[in-house]
Design a protein around this ligand. Structure first.
Ligand SMILES: [Zn+2]
Length: 245
């Protein structure tokens, strides 16, 4: 984790300090070495959030793109008492979950049901097959053009052609990052690919983005579900004959 509680305040890891896990309240010790991003580790093996996974620096780097106060937010469902800790929760109430490991679709759905207004950032580099698939993105994507204006929104007729199969049924936007821990850095696309949920014109909507572009989209609330639905609706109204540039 990147934060622990010291004297009732969230704190970054400080060498020699002792903190408390914001979720399970057990003791945490700082890891402030020279190789990995400074973080906190549970002192002894404890039952923390079952949804929590050991973090790579890729995961920590993503969390660190956001203000400290947005990181590692503890949620409690008022009706059921179910608790989980989200990677990032923005001021505008969007949960951002960063996922490196394989996630069973059933478990994915449980998290989507719990957080509702959320965005996944998924490590697309985890599997060799997925790293290979994305290399064909330029051929597979057709840009949507409005009049003479390019939109940077693309249609993809078969999402399975480019993206990891396990994620295609998700009802929320997913941003695939191919510069994850297993990336072959000389060939991996440095762009991120935002896959919109649902279908439009018989295909899927995709938006290639830089890292800053995604952060702007998050800050401007463009990846919130109502905005996403609005974008899909606008695209569905366009005439297909205008699609080819
Ligand atoms: Zn804990």
């Amino acid at each position: 984790m990147l934060t622990a509680i010291i004297n009732s305040n969230r704190s970054r890891p400080i060498p020699g300090a002792v903190g408390q896990c914001p979720f399970c309240k057990s003791e945490m010790i700082p890891r402030c070495g020279e190789v990995r991003i400074h973080h906190w580790a549970h002192k002894s093996k404890v039952d923390c959030d079952p949804w929590w996974e050991p973090e790579t620096d890729w995961h920590r780097n993503w969390k660190n793109e956001f203000p400290l106060r947005w990181q590692e937010h503890v949620f409690t469902d008022q009706d059921t008492g179910e608790r989980h800790i989200a990677d990032v929760y923005t001021l505008a109430e969007l949960t951002v979950e960063i996922q490196h490991s394989h996630l069973d679709p059933k478990e994915r759905r449980a998290r989507e049901d719990f957080y509702k207004n959320m965005l996944w950032v998924v490590d697309g580099s985890r599997l060799k097959g997925d790293r290979k698939k994305i290399l064909g993105w330029r051929d597979a994507l057709t840009e949507i053009v409005q009049g003479s204006k390019r939109t940077n929104l693309f249609l993809l007729s078969d999402a399975n052609e480019l993206f990891p199969r396990d994620w295609l049924q998700s009802p929320v936007p997913i941003c695939f990052d191919y510069v994850g821990p297993n990336a072959e850095t000389e060939t991996a696309p440095t762009l991120l690919f935002l896959l919109y949920p649902g279908t439009v014109h018989g295909g899927r909507l995709v938006e290639p983005l830089t890292r800053d572009g995604l952060l702007r989209a998050i800050y401007s609330e463009r990846v919130h579900m109502p905005a996403v639905r609005g974008i899909l609706q606008n695209v569905s109204r366009l005439r297909l004959s205008r699609m080819r540039s």
